[in-house]
Design a protein around this ligand. Structure first.
Ligand SMILES: [Zn+2]
Length: 158
């Protein structure tokens, strides 16, 4: 059995600013209204795969720390960042940004792309879903705008 949860119509959304240093247009600080779709596959238990509410709470708890923040990739090859006196200082090429540390989400990735966000959400959500042993497969799509998104999907090992 497969179930699908559309982020756009279930308020599984977040807004965030980011920059991608090695792409000229994207190197300028800008933002997106992201939404996240979830698809699960597995074996039903008593006619149900999983309570939709559990999945929605899980993914919302994962996206909440990113909402209305600046995403800074912690392993970017093209930029450097350092945390100092409650500030996050980012620099690349001729640019320097200074953000309050509390406004920053450090993403454990080299680029703050929707591709890497989908991989991050997949990893985080699969950890939470692992306890539901009847769930065998997870797909996460992160849209950075209507009709444009990146998917990470794989089986979940219990
Ligand atoms: Zn962007």
């Amino acid at each position: 059995m497969e179930i699908h949860i559309s982020g756009g119509t279930n308020n599984i959304r977040f807004s965030a600013a980011h920059f991608i240093p090695n792409i000229e247009k994207c190197s300028r600080l800008h933002g997106h209204d992201y939404s996240v779709d979830i698809t699960l596959n597995g074996e039903m238990v008593d006619g149900v795969l999983i309570d939709y509410g559990i999945v929605k709470n899980d993914i919302r708890s994962i996206i909440e720390p990113i909402d209305h923040r600046v995403i800074v990739p912690s392993m970017d090859r093209y930029s450097t960042h350092r945390i100092e006196d409650g500030k996050c200082l980012v620099s690349f090429r001729h640019k320097e940004y200074e953000f309050p540390e509390s406004d920053v989400f450090l993403l454990d990735a080299d680029v703050s792309s929707s591709e890497n966000l989908s991989q991050y959400f997949f990893t985080m959500l699969s950890e939470k879903l692992r306890q539901h042993r009847n769930i065998k497969f997870l797909s996460v799509v992160v849209y950075e705008g209507p009709g444009q998104g990146a998917k990470s999907e794989d089986s979940i090992e219990p």
